[in-house]
Design a protein around this ligand. Structure first.
Ligand code: ADP
Ligand code: MG
Length: 309
């Protein structure tokens, strides 16, 4: 059989191309999504080989799960569950104590618009329950009894409640802490570029392929429409809105961000986005600003270093 040179070369070329394709590292950043803390958590990471990126993302997700087990009211034995069940006080983990201390600081600065003691009010409204309903004025008054920024205090790992029935809710701040921690884990693993997004609580590490991250802020009334684009590097970008968790009755919207004064959903804002060095602070502030409204909210921000004039 005559030696057929062009075909042999073609075959050799194809074999080489196949081998190159198989050995070539997968291009672009890794992106993974999991359900944690009652929301969708997406991690995007870059700057390492694929296997190390996957290991780093797995460790970051595990970190969020660990924090959920400390701070969720629904996990039996969590710090928050024990604290709510306690008559007067409970010893919590140093991390929970730190989150509570940060929450209490924002509570004080916001005149109680941010409030860690609305556990019973949240339960009463059951905004995300199967069949939510509008509570009666008497029910709301009962759920608000004894609540407020002075109802809780923290000394080291010891947290004290003013009344036994006080139920603690870290829902407005714990996710921020969790994404901060997830980002720290990614950094420790050698990741140089990352975004952790837990339902609108976003922490950014470095830049994205040499350019700043671009975060689209969703329009609160037109799904899929981008209201503004935040351009940032090494920042937390946290959004609180009334368009994800709500129900409607009689043409009105009842959502999950409560005005602690009235025990009703706050109605001065539709969406608030806060940029800060850390997501924990940005998370608490976004909730506080949502309740305070644009005027008092911006005044609160001016008390923080680096805020815009
Ligand atoms: P999201 O969960 O949509 O990211 P937030 O970070 O603002 O929004 O947190 C909302 C949660 O904060 C509520 O589900 C509830 O657990 C808690 N919360 C509601 N109102 C307040 C408030 N006035 N102060 C502190 N926490 C609140
Ligand atoms: Mg918040």
């Amino acid at each position: 059989m005559p030696f057929h040179r062009p075909i042999a070369l073609l075959l050799l070329g194809l074999l080489l191309a196949a081998g190159w394709w198989r050995l070539r590292p997968e291009p672009g950043p890794l992106q993974e999504t999991r359900l944690l803390m009652g929301t969708t958590v997406t991690i995007e990471a870059d700057g390492l080989p694929r296997d190390r990126l996957s290991a780093a993302a797995a460790a970051a997700f595990a970190e969020i799960a660990r924090i959920e087990a400390l701070m969720s009211p629904h996990v039996p034995g969590s710090d928050v569950a024990r604290l709510s069940a306690a008559t007067r006080e409970a010893v919590v983990s140093p991390e929970t104590a730190t989150v509570i201390a940060q929450g209490l600081e924002v509570a004080a600065r916001s005149d109680g618009a941010f409030d860690l003691t609305l556990g019973r009010l949240k339960e009463l409204w059951g905004i995300e329950a199967e069949a939510p309903r509008i509570p009666t004025a008497a029910e709301i008054a009962a759920a608000l009894e004894g609540t407020g920024p002075e109802a809780l205090s923290v000394t080291g790992p010891l947290v004290r409640k003013r009344t036994p029935q006080l139920a603690i809710d870290l829902g407005g701040i714990a996710k921020g802490y969790a994404v901060d921690r997830a980002l720290a884990v990614l950094r420790e693993q050698g990741v140089t570029s990352a975004a952790v997004n837990a339902g609108g609580d976003i922490a950014l590490l470095g830049s994205k392929q040499g350019r700043p991250w671009r975060i689209g802020v969703q329009h609160p009334r037109h799904a899929g429409e981008v209201l503004a684009t935040v351009v940032a590097v090494d920042r937390a970008v946290v959004t609180s809105g009334d368009y994800e968790r709500y129900f409607e009755r009689g043409g009105r919207r009842y959502h999950h961000l409560f005005d602690p004064q009235r025990g009703y959903p706050a109605d001065l804002c539709q969406s608030v986005t806060v940029l800060a060095p850390e997501a924990m602070l940005a998370d608490a502030l976004a909730t506080a600003l949502f309740v305070l409204g644009p005027e008092r909210g911006l005044a609160l921000l001016h008390g923080y270093p680096g805020s815009m004039p």
